[in-house]
Design a protein around this ligand. Structure first.
Ligand code: CA
Length: 454
């Protein structure tokens, strides 16, 4: 069952960390997302162990320091011990009740009238640092990664390019479609991405060639980290699936479209996807987004209802997320000219055809075990109009189907793009706001495209 709104979401809560009270901040006291950073900005001059932190305003709060100082209760408790490592897997393993306890404790430490940390200058100086200087690490050791295809608008757009007569395959409205992705090449946002080399077939009357990808694309996706575990052979019922979601992040599923087009049949994505996937440094807990839960997308009466193992009253009522997702871009020429990034598209996650809970339940329905720290991603999030399409393939409609909507993107510098150029930086952003609650954000997921190796 989706987490409910409680006193930690109270919009009137303020923090003594002043920057957290800025209405434009992604990280007010009502959010408190987890991240893992290398202290000292990763510089060789001041190397320090990676630390689990929460973001509050423009600051990071080091939970190891807080635990050592006794502010998180019994120093030998599983909860405090789980914060002494360089990944969130142990915290994710404990389940969401423990995470909720920690959240309430952090709110009580950070609220404006709490002196516990505010008035302890030495501890404050050792436990808090500016987010701006941080070197981001992956929030979890991701054992397995699965990418879904849950936006029916994305599936319809891409399908229309490749199969104009039958854009949606017959299984789409019955099964949350996905594929098993590659975990080893997932990197934290901010890590530059090297253009892959691979096999493509630019001309169908010629043999394939090997070389740098010429059609590099991004995909705007929402990710979810798994909490708890189920034994192999045990499925997770739809009524329990929300308990298996730890929190959400932004995901950029970098895609080599020319490689994909040549290799994808008959077994689906392979090298077109496995060279890199970026995740945002921050994991926003399911409890933090409780005020922004909404109904699952309504299905027209002509669509089949989900089979019973994917159908749950609470999931239908609250399984969606009212969350805006955006793609921004800045080319090398824009950076040199001091031109800020430009927004390419924005879309609401409430349009998804399948909920995160349905993805978890379907994933385990045959007996597959999901482990703490596993990552699932939603698939490209798109809407129907041009300004809501979550990848360049859809934005420029550069598929095989001739379409009047087919046109390159023009940047403020006058440069044009059909796919990504070297030096382009893609920036994903996400935020939720609703009357009566504080706006919260997912931060950013950045990736700069580097030229292919020789
Ligand atoms: Ca994808």
């Amino acid at each position: 069952m989706a987490a409910r709104v409680n006193s930690t979401h109270d919009a009137s809560l303020q923090s003594w960390v002043e920057s957290a009270n800025d209405p434009a901040s992604d990280f007010p006291i009502q959010n408190l997302p987890f991240c893992v950073v290398e202290r000292g900005g990763g510089s060789a001059a001041a190397p320090e162990d990676p630390r689990i932190c929460v973001a509050i305003g423009d600051q990071l709060l080091d939970l190891l320091e807080l635990g050592d100082a006794g502010l998180l209760g019994d120093p030998e408790s599983d909860l405090v011990l789980s914060l002494q490592v360089d990944h969130l897997n142990l915290l994710m393993a404990q389940g969401n009740e423990a995470v909720s306890t920690l959240r309430r404790r952090l709110v009580s430490i950070l609220r404006h009238d709490s002196p516990e940390l505010r008035d302890r200058r030495d501890l404050r100086e050792s436990a808090m640092m500016p987010a701006a200087g941080a070197k981001w690490l992956l929030p979890a050791r991701i054992g397995d990664y699965t990418d879904f295809y849950a936006s029916i608008d994305h599936a319809s757009n891409v399908g229309a390019m490749f199969r104009p007569d039958a854009p949606l395959l017959p299984n789409y409205k019955w099964i949350p479609i996905g594929y098993h992705g590659r975990a080893s090449s997932i990197v934290a946002g901010g890590t530059p991405i090297r253009r892959p080399r691979g096999q493509t077939r630019p001309r169908e009357d010629q043999p394939p060639v090997f070389g740098p990808c010429a059609m590099l694309d991004y995909e705007l996706e929402l990710g979810a980290f798994i909490a708890g575990s189920n034994a192999m052979g045990e499925h997770v019922s739809i009524g329990r699936a929300e308990d298996r979601l730890f929190g959400i992040c932004l995901v950029n599923d970098w895609s080599a479209r020319d490689m994909q087009k040549w290799e994808y049949q008959p077994l689906g994505p392979f090298l077109a996807k496995n060279f890199a996937t970026s995740v945002s440094p921050f994991v926003v807990t399911m409890e933090a987004i409780a005020p922004f839960r909404t109904a699952a997308r309504a299905r027209p009466s002509s669509d089949p209802q989900p089979l019973s193992y994917l159908l749950d009253e609470d999931d239908q009522a609250r399984g969606g997320i009212d969350l805006m997702l955006e793609v921004w871009m800045q080319s090398a020429a824009m950076r040199e000219a001091g031109t800020p990034p430009v927004k390419l598209s924005s879309v609401n996650f409430d349009r998804m055809y399948w909920t995160l809970a349905q993805m978890v339940t379907h994933h385990t329905s045959g007996g597959c075990n999901l482990e703490p720290g596993d990552l699932i991603a939603s698939g490209t999030v798109s809407g129907t109009d041009r300004g809501s399409r979550g990848c360049m393939l859809e934005l420029t409609w550069n598929g095989p189907g001739a379409d009047p909507a087919r046109s390159p993107i023009t940047l403020p510098t006058g440069e044009q793009r059909t796919f990504l150029a070297d030096g382009d930086e893609v920036i994903l952003r996400g935020y939720a706001h609703r009357e009566g609650f504080r706006r919260i954000g997912l931060g950013e997921c950045r990736g700069l495209v580097l030229p292919a190796r020789d």
